[in-house]
Design a protein around this ligand. Structure first.
Ligand SMILES: [Zn+2]
Length: 453
């Protein structure tokens, strides 16, 4: 929820393009919010911009100095004094590579980091007790988080690359400010998204990325979520056509099961006797596995696999038979399975009621009677056109030549509806139909690095 709205990159771009840094940062901000909404990420309760909170940051730093954990230099910089907190520094060292050595003659210890930097000519600046300058990178998060949540956080998240030095320094300065021993109770560090075959994480500077907008041309937000859920949040994940197809087919398997289970519940599908006790047992087992997996550091792949296991066993019992006279039916257990699966997916942000996957069934809900009427009409026309001529006065019996345009029109309608997902199959004089989702192949935007081979 903290927006670092003006950083070095934005300042550089504002020089290059001669546009104010705040205009550029607002553009990125809006783009970010749009992207998150399109991925169905629930917005935070509040967004706070660093540039609107500099006075809080200055006060935060003053307090750290007063508490004896920071010092000023003659240049007008303020540094955090690592030695003042002894061996409490270094929780995350090694979590994301070796510490970066920065040499500055003014620092007491090479590990000391800037809380406040004096501004260079042309840079945006704010007034402070140490002269004109701007906040260091880490202090922004500590101050703004403290403004909202007070002296302690329960959960703090971020990408694994932020663990060190960013989170390490956030912890050091926040504990120095609040004079507490544990500022954040838990850190959740997520792994990076990689384009398959690329060792580096996706990043703008490496140009090895897929934009969210491009991505959503060929995939749904639900598919992206399923793709993420199929890996542990801590591990790096490979983005590839293959992994996206896996996510898509996982969702489809779930949706197909739910559709079959509903058809069974409504009595539209006849099956051999269902082993109901087995399914109740599987459902109970599934619930317990999902709970255990999520309690184990959000092991979502295991939770999803438990759901898929449930789907598998449900499907095993839904084998259609031609006749099932006198067979005892068990609709309730399927109702319980459907609602449980939907509940878990909904909790994980996969909304099957309002998704593209469900759009198929829900828009089918609207479309179905229309297609039904249309195909019935077409069938009648076709049957009429196919009627053979058996007028004895005719030279040879056969099709009425004047009805051939009708047949052509029926064929054209069938062919034109197919790309729209309405698949009509003519079986002799009668026809069947179904509605299918369009399956476009995902497009991956991949540019080689400048050094690329
Ligand atoms: Zn931060």
């Amino acid at each position: 929820m903290v927006i670092t709205d003006i950083d070095d990159k934005i300042i550089r771009r504002s020089w290059e393009e001669n546009v104010s840094p705040s205009v550029i940062s607002r553009m990125y901000e809006e783009e970010f919010k749009r992207d998150m909404l399109s991925l169905k990420v629930i917005p935070p309760a509040v967004y706070l911009r660093v540039t609107e909170n500099v006075h809080h940051i200055v006060a935060f730093i003053e307090r750290i100095i007063k508490n004896g954990h920071a010092y000023t230099t003659k240049e007008g910089d303020v540094y955090f004094d690592i030695q003042s907190i002894g061996d409490r520094y270094g929780k995350f060292v090694g979590a994301s590579g070796p510490p970066v050595e920065q040499s500055s003659s003014d620092k007491r210890d090479p590990r000391d980091f800037a809380l406040w930097k004096h501004s260079k000519p042309q840079e945006p600046y704010w007034e402070s007790p140490w002269g004109r300058g701007r906040p260091g990178w880490h202090i922004e998060c500590s101050t703004i988080a403290s403004c909202v949540f007070g002296a302690q956080l329960d959960l703090h998240s971020g990408g694994i690359d932020l663990a060190f030095p960013h989170h390490e320094n956030e912890v050091a300065q926040s504990e120095a400010h609040h004079q507490c021993r544990q500022w954040a109770n838990y850190f959740l560090h997520s792994g990076h998204l990689h384009l398959k075959g690329s060792a580096e994480k996706m990043s703008k500077s490496l140009k090895n990325y897929v934009t969210i907008k491009d991505f959503l041309q060929s995939h749904s937000a639900n598919e992206f979520r399923m793709f993420c859920l199929l890996s542990k949040y801590r591990s790096a994940i490979d983005y590839s056509d293959g992994s996206m197809l896996e996510a898509r087919s996982t969702l489809e398997t779930v949706c197909n099961f739910m559709e079959a289970a509903r058809a069974y519940m409504k009595g539209q599908m006849l099956t051999a006797p269902v082993q109901e006790a087995v399914l109740w047992e599987r459902l109970a087992e599934g619930k317990s596995t999902v709970l255990k997996s999520l309690a184990d550091d959000f092991d979502t792949p295991r939770a999803i696999s438990a759901l898929m296991d449930l789907v598998y066993h449900g499907n095993c019992q839904l084998q259609p038979v031609a006749t099932s006279d006198g067979v005892v039916r068990s609709p309730a257990v399927f109702g319980a399975m459907i609602s449980y699966i939907r509940e878990v997916l909904d909790m994980l942000g996969i909304d099957l009621l309002h998704s593209r996957e469900a759009e198929v069934s829900s828009s089918c809900g609207v479309l179905r009677p229309v297609v039904e009427q249309l195909t019935r009409f077409r069938s009648e026309v076709r049957a009429f056109a196919l009627t053979r001529q058996d007028d004895p006065s005719c030279a040879k019996p056969g099709r009425h030549p004047d009805r051939i345009p009708l047949l052509r029109a029926c064929d054209a309608l069938r062919d034109d509806l197919a790309p729209l997902g309405v698949v009509i199959k003519d079986r002799g004089a009668s026809s069947t139909w179904e509605i299918k989702v369009g399956q476009t192949r995902p497009k991956v935007h991949h540019e080689d690095q400048e050094t690329g081979s």
